[in-house]
Design a binder for this molecule. Structure first.
Ligand SMILES: [Zn+2]
Ligand SMILES: [Zn+2]
Length: 385
């Protein structure tokens, strides 16, 4: 198919997002074109829109948590075919750089460089404004649109039986949360877990910790509604930082002296420090939240002698292609509840409203239904599901 006119959510500059017509070129070698069914609106989209991830990230088609159906394949693509249902991975690892060869495909240097530049692996883009201005592909995914061209390594075959409006969530929130628990912390049954920040990713950390048999699991947030939802979804206790003036003491009490694992899913130095303080000696804090550029974290250095640890986790820190396929199987088999974290279904035009809700901290996940028939669900008039 030649170049097509499609509707997409374009970030023109920080704070300026417009849903409009753009041009999409056909997939090149090693690329596929996907008709998008649905896409989740994630905090990283908000960071990009607010300009918090640095200059030069616009103009860009946003969106990185999507699922759809393959409609066209470029040369040298053999792991998916036209008609296949896929979830999109925003780290399409190259399998040949030094990080990939070292077994750290989420840190693929090739994917990172092109993700930052907003291009396909060959350094060019398939997206243009009507006047010819090249558009960046948001996180090599650009799925707030009717169609997307993505690197073939970013199109992960789904097992079937999973509605695509739910499968979309696997591509960022689920992958990130589950990976941090399974690949980084390696939570064991009976270990205590503190989760700070119960948004879309935090709820997946909670679900993964629950599945791993962690106990107790303590949810920490400043939003009572988020804590209520965490309790409904299996947290053993909830701590409201807006109401509790002695949060660290409360956490230590609830975890009988400190947590084995603390997960920070906010992206602020103060919540990272709280994760550290919640630990028992020998415990480890896992930072998932993305901090603003330039933010610095300061820790009580003496506590390193207690063998406490802190480390970051990026996109689940595993092998996205293998992990996404495994998570999709778990979800299709009913072991993962994806629908329960979706608080709103909307159309592509609802993207700015969804970003505003994220900014205000309302709800958990908005899923933009880009093709109701493919997604398996209609956007709702009233919003909440
Ligand atoms: Zn995301
Ligand atoms: Zn690589």
């Amino acid at each position: 198919m030649p170049s097509a006119t499609i509707r997409a959510a374009v970030l023109h500059e920080p704070g300026d997002v417009r849903v409009e017509d753009v041009q999409l070129d056909p997939p090149g070698r090693g690329e596929v074109r996907v008709r998008l069914a649905a896409a989740g609106v994630c905090h990283s989209d908000l960071h990009l829109v607010d300009g918090a991830l640095g200059d030069g990230r616009w103009p860009m088609v946003l969106g990185h948590e999507g699922a759809g159906v393959v409609e066209e394949i470029g040369a040298d693509v053999d792991h998916v075919a036209v008609g296949d249902e896929v979830v999109l991975s925003w780290v399409p690892s190259c399998r040949s750089c030094e990080m990939c060869l070292a077994g750290r495909p989420t840190l693929c240097t090739v994917a990172a460089a092109h993700s930052l530049a907003g291009t396909m692996p060959d350094g060019t883009t398939r997206l243009r404004l009507p006047d010819g201005t090249p558009l960046q592909h948001g996180l090599m995914t650009a799925c707030f649109a009717e169609w997307a061209v993505v690197p073939a390594a970013g199109a992960i075959l789904l097992p079937g039986g999973l509605p695509l409006w739910q499968a979309a969530l696997l591509g960022c929130g689920v992958m990130t949360g589950f990976g941090a628990v399974r690949n980084v912390a390696r939570v064991e049954p009976g270990e205590s877990v503190v989760v700070i920040g119960l948004g879309g990713v935090g709820l997946q950390v909670l679900a993964a910790a629950k599945l791993a048999g962690a106990a107790p699991i303590v949810a920490v947030d400043r939003d009572a509604a988020k804590l209520e939802r965490a309790l409904e979804r299996g947290a053993d206790a909830a701590v409201d930082t807006s109401a509790d003036e002695r949060v660290v003491r409360t956490l230590r009490t609830l975890t009988h002296g400190g947590a084995d694992h603390a997960f920070e899913v906010v992206g602020l130095p103060e919540t990272m420090l709280l994760a550290w303080k919640a630990l028992r000696p020998g415990g480890t804090a896992v930072v998932i939240g993305i901090a603003a550029k330039g933010a610095e974290l300061s820790l009580p250095a003496l506590e390193l002698s207690q063998e406490k640890g802190i480390r970051g986790s990026f996109y689940g820190s595993g092998d996205p292609a293998a992990d996404l396929a495994e998570l999709a199987r778990l979800a299709a088999g009913g072991e993962l509840d994806l629908a329960g974290v979706v608080t709103q279904l909307d159309t592509l035009d609802g993207v700015t409203g969804a970003l505003d809700r994220l900014r205000r901290g309302e709800g958990v996940r908005t899923v933009l239904v880009l093709d109701p028939a493919l997604a398996g669900v209609e956007p709702t008039e009233t919003g909440t599901v």
